[in-house]
Ligand binder design. Structure first.
Ligand SMILES: Nc1ncnc2c1ncn2[C@@H]1O[C@H](COP(=O)(O)OP(=O)(O)OP(=O)(O)O)[C@@H](O)[C@H]1O
Length: 638
C-alpha cells in the first residue's frame, strides 16, 4: 500500500532552455500592430508594417483545497524560504506561499539565482547561471463530465512533496497486484485537478522564466501530454475564450496571457531600461511551418533554415510584430488562435492538430555605469504541442489520421532527443534534432543556453492509464536534462562594447592627467622664465588637441545587426585605432608630466636659493651705517 507521508492539496512540490527557433535573425523587417479582429487593428499583411524575420496577475493566496482521493491531509511543512519553483522575485516571493510548495529547496526558480544573473548581466557582455535541470511540473486536469458520467475512476494520487502516484494497470491488461502496479514519480511541482489558472502562473516557475527573458536569456515554456489532457487549456484557456473578442479580464485566461500581464508589470517598473517587445506566432502542421500571423489563403509553408550566425535553426520570413502595449500581445495571441489548425475527434472536440510556438522577443537597452549602452535580446517561447494520440481511441481517419501520424512522429523524435539528452553517456553524441521541424526549432530549448519549463499535462481517468504513464515517464526523463543558461550577445557587439569600455577608462585617466597637468602648469609658470613657459604651453597644446588621433565613430548599437561583415570589421578597426591613439596620448601625457615635474623641481630649487640669498642679505645689513660700508658677506655669490 502507499504510505508516503505528506499533504494532499491541489498542488505539491519538490525541490527546475529555447527555440531560437522563432527565428531571430531576420531578413525582412518592418513594423506593425497586430492582426486581428479587434476594432481598428489591421492584419500585418494588410498594413505591411509587420516584420518578417529571415533568419492574471498574481494575487491572493490560493483558497483552501479539498482532499483528493480520500487521502489524509497532513500538517503543513515548514517553509525553506525558496520560491518553490514558482518564479522568484515578483509576485512569487511577496505572497504567502502555500505550504505544499515550500518544500522545494533552492532550485531553478529561486530568487538567489536570479540575483546572480541580474548583477552579472549589467556588468559583462556574457554571463551565465550554473548548469541546471529543466524545470518540470505536472498538471492533472479534472475528470470531465463524460468521464464522470461513465464513472471513470482516477488512477492518480497526490502524496505531496512534488510526488504523484500512478496506480493500477492499463485497461485491457490483466490486473496485477505486484509492485509494478504502483509507480511513484517526483517533479518540481504537481498541480492537482483543483488547481486554478492563477496557480499555474504563480507556482509553475513561469515567473522566473519571464524575469530571465527580460534579463536577456532565451526561455521556453512548453506543454506536453496526450490529446485532451489540457495543454491548450493550460496555455491559453478553454476553447470558447477566443471565439469573438477575448475579454482581457476573463479569469479563464491561461498562462500565456497571464504571462503577458506579468511581463508588462515588470517592464513598467524598470524605468532605467528601454524595452522593445516583438512577437511572432507559428504552427507546425504536418511538418510544414505556417505563419499564424500571416498565413495567407494558401497557407504557404515557410522554410526552416540553419543560421551560422546564431548557431541554431530559424524560420525564414516569419512575421514579427511590434507590441507596445498589452493589447498588442493579446491581439497576437488572438490572431494566432484563430488561424491555427483545430479538429475534432473522439477524445477532444477542439483538438490542436499542430504544434504552435508563440515567441515574445524582449530587446532591451540599458546605460551602464560607464555610460556604455548594453543591449540584450531575450525571448520567451510558449509552445503548445499537439497531443499524442492512440488513433484507435481517437477514431481518427482521413485527414485527422494523417495529422495524427505526423503529430505522433514528431513527438517520437522529440522523445528520442529527450531520451538522449537525459542520458549522460548519449548527451554528447548525435541528437536527432534534424529529424523533425519541431525538434529543429526546440533544439536550443532542450540543450542550449536557455531556460526551460515543461508542463506535463495528464488525465487522471483510469482509461487513460497507459498515456498518463507515458507522459509521466517522458517528463521524468526531461527532468534529467541539464542546460546552462547564458545571456548571449553578438560577439562583435561584445568586442565593441569592451573596446568602448577601455576607451572610457582611458578617457577618464586622460582627463585626470590633464587636470593634474594644468595645476602643475600653473604652479610652474609662477616661477618659470619666459622660455620654459612657452615650451610648456606648446606641450599642453599638443595634449589638449588630442594628439591627432583617429576620429571617434558614433555608432548606434541597435543598428549593428544591419551592418555587414566588412562594415563591422572596419568599425572594430576604428575602435582599436582609437584605443591605440588614446594609449599613446596617455603615454605622452605621462612623459609631459615627468618633464613638468622635473622643471618644477628646478624652479623650486631656484626659488629656495633666491629666498636664502634674500635672508642672508637682510641678516648682513649693519644696524647704523649699512648704506655706506658694504660687507664682504653681502657680496652676491655666483
Ligand atoms: N484544468 C482544467 N480544468 C477545466 N477544464 C479543463 C482543464 N484542462 C482541460 N480542460 C478541458 O478539457 C478539454 C480538452 O483540453 P485541451 O483542448 O486543452 O487538451 P489538449 O491537451 O490541448 O488536447 P489536444 O492535444 O487534443 O489539443 C477542453 O474542453 C478543456 O477546456
Amino acid at each position: 500500500m502507499v504510505r508516503r507521508a505528506s499533504s494532499v492539496p491541489h498542488l505539491n512540490s519538490s525541490g527546475g532552455s529555447s527555440a531560437d527557433s522563432a527565428g531571430t535573425s531576420g531578413s525582412r523587417r518592418g513594423r506593425a500592430p497586430v492582426a486581428g479582429s479587434r476594432g481598428s487593428r489591421k492584419t500585418p499583411s494588410s498594413t505591411g508594417q509587420g516584420q518578417r524575420q529571415g533568419s492574471g496577475s498574481s494575487s491572493s493566496v490560493p483558497r483552501s483545497r479539498s482532499l483528493t482521493n480520500g487521502m489524509r491531509r497532513l500538517s503543513p511543512q515548514k517553509g525553506t524560504g525558496s520560491s518553490g519553483g514558482t518564479g522568484s522575485g515578483g509576485g512569487g516571493s511577496s505572497r504567502n506561499t502555500p505550504y505544499f510548495l515550500r518544500s522545494r529547496e533552492n532550485e531553478i526558480g529561486s530568487a538567489d539565482t536570479l540575483e546572480i544573473v541580474a548583477s552579472k548581466s549589467t556588468g559583462s557582455e556574457e554571463c551565465s547561471t550554473p548548469e541546471d535541470n529543466i524545470n518540470v511540473v505536472v498538471r492533472v486536469r479534472p475528470l470531465n463530465d463524460k468521464e464522470k458520467r461513465d464513472r471513470h475512476g482516477s488512477t492518480l494520487q497526490f502524496p505531496g512533496n512534488g510526488q504523484v502516484i500512478l496506480e493500477g494497470h492499463d485497461v485491457g491488461q490483466k490486473k496485477s497486484h505486484n509492485r509494478d502496479s504502483v509507480r511513484v514519480f517526483t517533479y518540481n511541482v504537481v498541480f492537482e485537478p483543483g488547481a486554478t489558472q492563477e496557480d499555474i502562473l504563480d507556482y509553475s516557475g513561469i515567473k522566473r522564466i519571464i524575469e530571465m527573458g527580460i534579463e536577456g536569456f532565451s526561455c521556453t515554456a512548453f506543454c506536453y501530454g496526450q490529446t485532451g489532457s489540457g495543454k491548450t487549456h493550460t496555455l491559453t484557456g478553454p476553447p470558447d475564450l477566443f471565439v469573438g473578442k477575448p475579454n482581457p479580464k476573463d479569469p479563464r485566461h491561461g498562462l500565456i496571457f497571464r504571462s503577458f500581464v506579468y511581463l508588462f508589470q515588470l517592464i513598467k517598473n524598470r524605468k532605467d531600461v528601454n524595452y522593445v517587445l516583438k512577437a511572432s506566432f507559428m504552427e507546425i502542421y504536418n511538418e510544414r511551418v505556417i505563419d499564424l500571423l500571416n498565413p495567407g489563403s494558401a497557407r504557404k509553408p515557410l522554410a526552416v533554415r540553419w543560421s551560422k550566425k546564431s548557431g541554431g535553426f530559424f524560420v525564414e520570413n516569419l512575421f514579427t510584430v511590434d507590441c507596445e502595449e498589452l493589447d498588442d500581445l493579446l491581439a497576437v495571441l488572438e490572431e494566432g488562435m484563430r488561424n491555427r489548425a483545430v479538429g475534432s475527434h473522439a477524445m477532444n472536440d477542439h483538438s490542436s492538430r499542430s504544434h504552435t510556438i508563440l515567441t515574445v522577443h524582449i530587446l532591451s537597452d540599458q546605460q551602464t555605469d560607464g555610460g556604455v549602452f548594453l543591449s540584450k535580446h531575450g525571448k520567451i517561447n510558449f509552445v503548445d504541442l499537439a497531443g499524442s494520440e492512440l488513433t484507435k481511441k481517437t477514431m481518427s481517419e482521413g485527414k485527422t489520421l494523417e495529422e495524427a501520424n505526423n503529430i505522433n512522429k514528431s513527438l517520437m523524435v522529440l522523445g528520442y532527443c529527450i531520451a538522449s539528452l537525459s542520458d549522460n553517456k548519449k548527451r554528447t553524441g548525435h541528437i536527432p534534432y534534424r529529424d523533425s521541424q519541431l525538434t529543429k526549432l526546440l533544439a536550443d530549448s532542450l540543450a542550449g543556453n536557455g531556460v526551460t519549463l515543461m508542463i506535463a499535462c495528464v488525465s487522471p481517468a483510469h482509461y487513460n492509464h497507459a498515456e498518463t504513464l507515458n507522459t509521466l515517464r517522458y517528463a521524468s526523463r526531461a527532468k534529467r536534462i541539464r542546460t546552462k543558461p547564458v545571456i548571449m550577445m553578438d560577439p562583435r557587439e561584445a568586442l565593441i562594447l569592451s573596446l568602448k569600455r577601455d576607451i572610457h577608462a582611458l578617457q577618464m585617466e586622460n582627463d585626470h592627467l590633464k587636470a593634474a597637468l594644468n595645476l602643475h602648469h600653473q604652479a610652474a609658470t609662477n616661477g618659470a622664465g619666459p622660455t620654459e613657459n612657452n615650451l610648456l604651453e606648446l606641450q599642453l597644446d599638443r595634449v589638449s588637441s588630442g594628439g591627432g588621433g583617429v576620429p571617434v565613430p558614433k555608432v548606434d548599437l541597435e543598428r549593428l545587426p544591419e551592418l555587414d561583415g566588412s562594415e563591422l570589421a572596419e568599425l572594430v578597426k576604428l575602435y582599436m585605432a582609437e584605443n591605440e591613439s588614446l594609449r599613446q596620448e596617455n603615454n605622452h601625457l605621462f612623459t609631459v608630466r615627468e618633464t613638468i615635474l622635473r622643471d618644477q623641481e628646478i624652479v623650486c630649487r631656484e626659488n629656495e636659493r633666491l629666498l636664502k640669498k634674500l635672508e642672508d642679505v637682510n641678516k648682513s645689513k649693519p644696524s647704523g651705517d649699512e648704506d655706506n660700508e658694504p660687507s664682504k658677506e653681502t657680496q652676491p655669490k655666483e
